[in-house]
Design a protein around this ligand. Sequence first.
Ligand code: NAP
Length: 244
Amino acid sequence: MPDTDAKILLTGASQGIGKAIAVALAKDQHAVVGISRSRPNPADFGSSRYFCWQGVDLSNGTEIEKFVASVDSVAFRALILSAVDYGDGARHPASAITAEEWHRIVGTTCVGQSLLTSLFLPKLMANPHGIIVNISSDVAILPSPGRAAYSASKAGLHAMLRAVAAENAVEKLRVYQLIPTFQSLTEGIRRRRPADFDFSSYADPAVIAAVVRQLVSSSASTPPGSYLVHRDGTLHPFSEITRI
Ligand SMILES: NC(=O)c1ccc[n+]([C@@H]2O[C@H](COP(=O)([O-])OP(=O)(O)OC[C@H]3O[C@@H](n4cnc5c(N)ncnc54)[C@H](OP(=O)(O)O)[C@@H]3O)[C@@H](O)[C@H]2O)c1
């Protein structure tokens, strides 16, 4: 059970892994403010008073700034980053990525969430310890042909958060980066696969939601850092290079 009135801000709240996280946290009576462009289906939250939604377009810096100003008087103890712009359609080579695609994909997933994080840091640091959980990706650490813009957006956010973690003492700020080793069946993934695709090996987004739920609970003892997340919900520390 939560032991604080401070809220949790979650990006990507309308669908997929983000929505699964919101549902799991609200069920646990953590007060969550979810943001996305479209409103999540209220039926997923029943009559829970622990979830509220705000429309924010993360590709728009002015909207992000206005949103942060609008919650100026609200205490937040955690920031969970799950929003992503996967881009349109099938994989295509870097040579075929348009300027519009670069700006939208990197602008949303990396720049928008980096700006949100920057603006939210003072709020998070006002707590005994603030928490950031980023749903990172294997594409942030491994080559992924045909997905250069998505990879750049995820690697950029991942690197930004490593810098944030290094700037702040772990006693003040815990930064977790989760790298799933499996695919989850989400609306965003479904849209990018052929209609007859076999999703039987894909996991329920609830697997990652359960991990996040544990990390933001008051009894969490997992040290901050980057983790590979396995399908059974176990975490394995991922050793980032820290010097060359
Ligand atoms: N699914 C997987 O197998 C998998 C594997 C590894 C890592 N991940 C990571 O897990 C996270 C969630 O992935 P997912 O598959 O659940 O994605 P998804 O189903 O596509 O959901 C993406 C979320 O991002 C929001 N979003 C997109 N553009 C936005 C914008 N401009 N402004 C505000 N919100 C925006 C969407 O809301 P609106 O469209 O309503 O704005 C939606 O809520 C991502 O960071 C992804 O990289 C997923």
